[in-house]
Design a protein around this ligand. Structure first.
Ligand code: XMP
Length: 511
């Protein structure tokens, strides 16, 4: 097993960033809710512990606490923001409460050298976000840095290897933050970087082989990166005992079915069944205009088909899914964990109806790590950098009734959007870019004649997690090129509009 750092989550918005920075430094890290006990953490055999920030005030009645036993495990501890305050309170230092928050950049001045500051300049910019502050460090600690507004911006007890900082080393605005975290891992805790994607692949393939043995696994492929990586990993582990199902629902983009068949089936040799269910989906969608009804019909039809296919395989025991780490982390409020675990919305409902055990080989990974694994597995850039695509496919981008004619128009327009985003280098810069076919026609003029044809909306957004998004400021020339090509090359379209709405209050998809 690789080295492991446990992050105790006190509810900060940026706790996930701590995990990512530590992993980027090459050390595996896991987030646990602040209600975890010292005994539970001991059983996880961590090599270091990080206490995250959080919105609470230590003096408040139900503010989350620190199990003092965590400081007796003999592993180094780094407290960040609230983590520093809760350490101070637990170890007998003093805090001052504040009604105002200090938020933003500050200049850190190092007062005492410690391994945490190794090769960090004497002054550097850090990012603050705190109300309360430490006014007296606990016994055995020394003040190691200050800022103009804060006399105690960092403290340390080198004998016990306990360090604390009031600022956030995990955010990019803290210039030397990554170095400080690396110093904590390598200088203080003496770890070696051993979390690499090739070690992940090796370990996961071995684990899957061991777990599945000679049993059979079924996996739904979507053409996206997550399910593709799951399938390729399992194919390495159990070969023909993996049964992949790719449902062609007729709502896919141009060329997608062929791409999946050729890459996963022919080149990689995955045991793949492509189900041609185009007419089944289209028949069920006939006459349906309501977005929610469309989504439900597509979801149910998918489950029915998947179920039918599974029954054709002699004995299936496991269902493989591409669940990622952010779906698994318990979300924590300042009052403790709320234990909300999101379900994977593409295949929601499958495990219950099919009574299969789940296999989720990516549940430790962040999205950027999945991309690295995909690269490690030798998958092409078209998969590694693929933008998200919704389960209900083009049906929620053909506004109003979904018919083959209208799908064809959208598919042709969408191909142009994809081509031009890729050719201009914008495909990787934006979160998603696609075309939407509107349920209306407008008047145009072509040659000497009047036209009355469809409108395509361009939707291109920037986002980090799809929870919020803003419309991408594409260069006007690029928008002009896409619009010109769509109107010239796609029969039945005489107008293109650009969607300039942010999320919220709009959503990324139109339906
Ligand atoms: P919205 O439209 O809610 O989309 O802002 C957020 C992100 O989720 C994708 N999306 C889906 N993905 N099944 C999926 O797998 C769905 O039913 C679905 N609906 C929306 C959307 O493309 C965007 O990335």
């Amino acid at each position: 097993m690789p080295n492991k750092v446990i992050i105790i989550d006190y509810g900060s918005q940026v706790t996930q960033l701590i995990a990512r920075r530590i992993r980027e430094a090459g050390v595996y890290s896991e987030i646990h809710a602040c209600t975890v006990t010292a005994d539970e953490v001991r059983a996880m055999h961590p090599q270091a512990i990080v206490l995250s920030g959080g919105p609470a005030s230590v003096g408040e009645e139900d503010a989350p606490k620190l199990d003092a036993g965590l400081l007796e495990l003999g592993v180094p501890v780094l407290g960040i923001c609230y983590g520093m305050q809760v350490l101070t309170a637990t170890l007998g230092g003093e805090l001052a409460q504040s009604t105002t928050r200090e938020y933003g950049p500050a200049e850190l001045e190092i007062l005492e050298q410690t391994p945490l500051w190794d090769t960090v300049p004497a002054t550097s910019r850090v990012w603050m976000s705190h109300g309360d502050r430490v006014i007296k460090v606990p016994h055995g600690f020394k003040v190691t840095a200050r800022t103009q507004t804060l006399d105690i911006a960092a403290m340390a007890c080198e004998e016990r290897r306990i360090y604390a900082v009031q600022f956030h080393p995990e955010v990019h605005h803290t210039e030397e933050g990554s170095k400080m975290l690396a110093n904590f891992l390598f200088r203080v805790a003496g770890l070696e970087p051993d979390w690499t994607m090739s070690s992940f692949v090796e370990r996961t393939v071995a684990e899957m082989k061991e777990k599945v043995g000679d049993k059979h696994v079924i996996c739904a492929l979507s053409g996206g990166i997550d399910s593709t990586v799951v399938a390729v990993l399992l194919n390495r582990a159990i070969g023909q005992n993996l049964h992949c199902i790719f449902v062609n629902n007729g709502l896919l983009r141009a060329g997608e079915v062929e791409e999946v068949k050729s890459l996963l089936g022919d080149t990689i040799g995955i045991n793949l069944t492509v189900v041609d269910a185009r007419s089944r989906f289209l028949d069920k969608l006939a006459g349906v205009e309501d977005p929610e009804k469309k989504r439900k019909i597509i979801g149910h039809t998918f489950i029915d088909i998947f179920d039918e296919e599974a029954k054709k395989i002699t004995q299936v025991d496991y269902l493989a899914q591409g669940t990622l780490y952010p779906d698994v982390i318990e979300s924590v409020s300042s009052k403790g964990p709320s234990a909300v675990i999101k379900s994977h919305h593409n295949v929601g409902g499958l495990p219950e109806t099919m009574k299969l055990q789940l296999i989720e080989p990516l549940r430790e990974l962040f999205k950027d790590e999945v991309r690295k694994v995909a690269k490690e597995l030798g998958l092409p850039d078209s998969i590694v950098w693929r933008q998200p695509f919704p389960g209900p496919g083009l049906a929620i981008r053909v506004l109003g009734e979904v018919t083959e004619d209208r799908l064809q128009i959208l598919r042709a327009a969408d191909s142009i959007v994809q081509e031009e985003l890729k050719a201009s280098g914008w495909y990787r810069k934006v979160w998603q870019g696609f075309a939407v076919l509107l349920p209306l026609k407008t008047v145009g003029v072509m040659g000497d004649g009047r036209t009355y044809e469809h409108v395509i909306a361009l939707r291109v957004v920037d986002s980090v997690d799809a929870m919020t998004a803003d419309w991408s400021r594409l260069p006007h020339d690029l928008v002009a090129k896409i619009s010109g090509r769509i109107i010239n090359e796609v029969n039945g379209v005489n107008r293109v509009v650009y969607d300039v709405s942010s999320k919220p209050p709009s959503t990324i998809e139109w339906e």
